[in-house]
Ligand binder design. Structure first.
Ligand code: PLP
Length: 413
């Protein structure tokens, strides 16, 4: 067979350097990095790629736009610390994440907490810390008031709206119909009235309608509707809107045929909306909160082949890691149809021969699949399987205890 370029996502795989057939991460060849880490499987995150990604986005987006990092995408403390140094704020989804966020030195005024089902103890920790709580329900609103008066601290709050509109063509919808998130648009005036009665420190709105979107038109429409909605509601607010968090939704390409998001049209439309917002909501900073867009492409998952076998003519490469560390790559993290993430044999990049392989993990379940019939460099036991686009929703989003296999290590380089 001839030397052929990787068939899946050449752009993504090619964004990493290669030296002597070895993939380089953060300037280090993979085989050396594996020795440094001391084990497979592991995740490696490249801090320079994260920084470059953010700088690129800032250079394209309107100057006034505040960019927050939604840390559930990758909560590794070293990653959050790195991101804290380059973004304008952090969004957390639990008190556990809040502790990591506060440890970075990010001011509490730049941290917000979202998510349904916040327990009284989480609310009181957030109030004591002084971060902004995005209110998700009427019960939560009352509990915040209870905890606020117990502590003698006025809670800083924003109201999360579940808008009547949806983010079209989104990987995961988080608004625009019955949802556990936020307060329905039509109930917002009643919630605002209650916030005023309870004398909470109202800062603005949070409107997050979906995730993993690769369609600029859909994102533009949702952002425009979000800002419009805030403008309409401004008169019912107990205080001027200071923060207008319009969510995120910016996706990254994972699967064959998907293209990187074109930021230019989004930025152009958003600039107009921000100018409009300045006119009607003069005190408001417009914020977007991004997870995977900032860190997803900066990370790889590395696992080592421990067995090679043929079953009814199909080649199987069996690796020492799989869905227990990387549920998303196995196709079991909310995907409807399983598709292959970009995969390569990391110590045999641009190898002269290829063969079609199934790459599986070591778990006793057919769900533990990392590559389904992919053309990969001819691989042997001991070679490295690399899964790209793994900087977000990797280890922390995987069932690490399933089958009690050894855990994966994470490094930031
Ligand atoms: C998960 C989440 C995000 C981040 O989503 P990505 O798709 O990783 O960008 C942002 N905001 C909220 C409220 C979230 O729940």
């Amino acid at each position: 067979m001839n030397k052929t370029p990787p068939k899946h996502h050449p752009g993504i795989i090619d964004s990493f350097e290669v030296e002597n057939h070895n993939l380089k991460v953060g300037g280090m060849p993979l085989s050396q990095l594996a020795e440094r880490v001391g084990q497979t499987p592991f995740y490696a995150y490249d801090r320079l790629k994260m920084t470059q990604r953010l700088e690129q986005l800032r250079s394209q987006m309107p100057n006034e736009l505040q960019i927050h990092y939604a840390m559930k995408a990758n909560p590794m403390p070293a990653v959050v610390q790195h991101m804290a140094g380059i973004v304008d704020g952090l969004d957390v989804a639990s008190a556990g994440e809040m502790r990591i966020a506060l440890d970075t030195g990010m001011p509490a005024s730049q941290i917000s907490m979202a998510g349904p089902g916040k327990r009284p103890a989480e609310l009181s920790q957030a109030i004591a810390a002084g971060i902004t709580i995005n209110i998700e329900s009427f019960n939560e609103l009352e509990e915040i008031a209870v905890q606020s008066s117990r502590l003698g601290i006025a809670a800083t709050v924003a109201l999360r709206i579940n808008p009547a509109f949806e983010l079209k063509s989104s990987g995961m919808k988080m608004g625009g119909g019955p949802k556990q998130f936020g307060i329905d648009e039509e109930q917002v005036p009643a919630a605002l009235k209650r916030i005023a009665e309870l004398q909470l420190d109202f800062t603005g709105f949070h409107i997050f309608s979906g995730s993993q979107n690769l369609k600029p038109e859909a994102i533009i429409e949702a952002q425009q509707k979000s800002i419009e909605l805030a403008i309409q509601l401004a008169d019912s607010c107990p205080a001027p809107i200071r923060k207008l968090n319009i969510g995120g939704g910016l996706g990254i390409p994972y699967f064959p045929g998907e293209k990187p998001l074109d930021i230019a049209p989004i930025s152009e439309a958003l600039d107009k909306q921000i100018q409009r917002s300045k006119q009607y909501l003069p005190e408001a900073s417009v914020i977007i909160e991004l997870g995977r867009y900032l860190v997803g492409e900066a990370g790889i998952y590395v696992t080592r082949i421990v067995d090679r076998k043929i079953s009814y003519k199909q080649l199987y490469l069996i690796a020492d890691g799989g869905l227990n560390h990387h549920l998303s790559a196995s196709g079991n993290f909310g995907q409807i149809i399983r598709k292959n993430y970009p995969v390569a044999i990391g110590n045999k990049m641009n190898w002269p021969t290829e063969e079609e392989a199934m790459v599986t993990g070591a778990l006793c379940t057919p769900l533990d699949l990392l590559a389904d019939k992919m053309e990969l460099s001819t691989a042997e036991v001991g070679d490295f399987v690399v899964i790209f686009q793994s900087g977000a929703y990797g280890l922390s989003a995987s069932p690490a205890n399933f089958l009690n296999q050894p855990s994966a290590v994470e490094v930031l380089i």
